[in-house]
Design a protein around this ligand. Sequence first.
Ligand SMILES: [Ca+2]
Ligand SMILES: [Ca+2]
Ligand SMILES: [Zn+2]
Length: 423
Amino acid sequence: MLFRFCSLIVISLLILTGCDIESSPGPITIGAAAEENIDFATYPPLSVPIYVYRVADDDGSNASYVTTTLVDTWLVGVNEYFAKANITFTFDALNDFETVNNSLLNLGSSLSQNFLYSDLHPGHIVIFFRKNFYVDHANPGGYVSVYAGGPDHLSHELGHVFWLGHTFGKKFTTIEEAINYFAFTAYDLSLFDGDGIPDTAPDPYLDNFLWFNHVNQADGTLKINEITFQLPHDNLMSYYFGQAFGVTERFTIEQADRMREALVIRFGPGLTSLVPGTIKQGYEAELLTVVSGSNYLVDAMQDLNLWSNDRILLWQPVTVGQELELSFNVGLAGTYTIYMGHRLSRSNGIVRYSINGSVLTKSYDNFLTASSDANLPSTTTGPTPIGTFDLIAGANTLKIIASGKNARSKGMNFGLDYVVIAQ
Ligand SMILES: [Ca+2]
Ligand SMILES: [Ca+2]
Ligand SMILES: [Zn+2]
């Protein structure tokens, strides 16, 4: 196959290489790495409000066809896809939908116009629906500009907002180009890994729907030399958009993980809409009274956008079973849900909690697993629900119990940014 192809190859490539190219590694099938078994339904639910602009030209003409009803319908589909990440988009049709007459915005290409409007709605992902055709795009800073609607396009662009790249890297305009490129680069599979995410399949993307002519219609594979690629037809961050083989479009676990990470970092603890209900009282962990325990300090955090009051309570227990007891004052006795903002880092351990003397069953591993990068800076979990409790008026106790550590963690540290109680 390779030889036959070489003999037909365009002259310029022959001159360049003299056909002295790597031999194919032999017949193999390449697909995605197996997904980890993580169920994000057991993680804190994250809820993201959106704000929608229906964009028209300066004189009001040429308006997008979007309506609040359409947005509601599309969000049902979007939320089905994002359920895997336990992320839900919410839309308040009454207050968060607006028509704006702005020809530049309607062109879609003006970053400054996009930012001008999206900055007006902190705590929301702003979505512009345009009439003019320009590529749908998203900015990781938090807006989406689309020509088309529908759950697939919206989910794809929202994936970009939460730091997901395309499954493919370089786009190829012919199958021959892909074959040659692959051979000349010593069958380097990373060329086809556009997103750096192992559980999305390597994707030699043939542009302009050309892939459709070369793909095996029975199973959706694409063969390059003797290598068969199981294309990620099922993935929302591909350009296949489920146009073949009846698969359900979706995100992988690693993609879900990255989106959750992006979301809590982007919004930080200030976005109270991450917490259902109303926050009744909030406490900076670094200001709580320490009833008993040792090896703790107030740590000033360098990334000031992430942390409430720019500081956390850092505890560095040295043995499993060690305890740190804090107290927090509640104004009115009642039933409250407690949320805590944890620090995630490469040196964190596993803790359990005790509230007013009763030890909770669930443990929390705050080791930062989202990346294999050992130098990744610590980040916040966002408000993590701990449970619902009857709290008394006055001093209540929160005990933290060191319960072990991830084998890869450098320590048993524990960082607490804040505690909030909500109803
Ligand atoms: Ca990949
Ligand atoms: Ca704090
Ligand atoms: Zn894209």
